[in-house]
Design a protein around this ligand. Structure first.
Ligand SMILES: [Zn+2]
Length: 193
């Protein structure tokens, strides 16, 4: 297994539509394993292949909360085949949009069809945080970030801050300064996917 670099917004690769995989072969399984390792190291509760620069329809998830414990889930070509009319709002974060969080409303319950790590077709009905997380990850496969669900005013503010932080980091690195440790905030515990 290998750790992959997680891309952060704004990056054109995060805005592209990913292609379906023909089958879950050794290469796709390797990608799933690398993505799980990268997600746990981050740490996060979900990761989509475009976040590590692979434009393939592959996502991984692992939610370990009091009310939802999924264990590692690997999904190739996931698609929502049923969604509730009722919405639920969660404060979302994303490993590709570090340190920013926003409320997003999505269907409260969805059924997802996908190929598992063994290449078998599975259907999973998801509720609560898992429903939100799986929709957040599938969005990534279509080049959609959670900030695309919020007002353009707030989205542009977040993107400007991310660009500024990236430029400061690049300037510090060019000057040979040690990387500034990211400031831990009250949101430290919030879920990032
Ligand atoms: Zn994300």
């Amino acid at each position: 297994m290998a750790l992959r670099t997680i891309l952060t917004a704004p990056d054109p690769r995060l805005k592209k539509k990913a292609a379906a995989v023909a089958s879950v072969d050794a290469e796709v399984r390797q990608l799933m394993d690398d993505m799980l390792e990268t997600m746990y190291a981050a740490p996060g509760i979900g990761l989509a292949a475009p976040q590590v620069g692979e434009l393939k329809r592959v996502v991984v998830l692992d939610i370990d909360r009091e009310d939802v414990k999924t264990g590692p889930l690997c999904m190739a070509n996931p698609e929502v085949i049923d969604a509730s009319d009722e919405d639920v709002t969660y404060e979302e974060g994303c490993l590709s949009v570090p340190e920013h969080y926003s409320d997003v409303a999505r269907p409260a319950k969805v059924t997802v069809r996908y190929l598992d790590r063994g290449g078998e077709t599975q259907e999973l009905t998801c509720e609560g945080l898992l429903a939100t997380c799986v929709q957040h990850e599938i969005d990534h496969l279509d080049g959609i970030l959670f900030i695309d669900h919020i007002s353009s005013l707030k989205r542009n503010m977040i993107l400007r801050k991310l660009l500024k932080a990236r430029k400061e980091k690049e300037r510090d690195e060019a000057e040979g300064k040690p990387a500034t440790k990211l400031k831990m905030t009250a949101k430290e515990e919030a879920a990032e996917a």
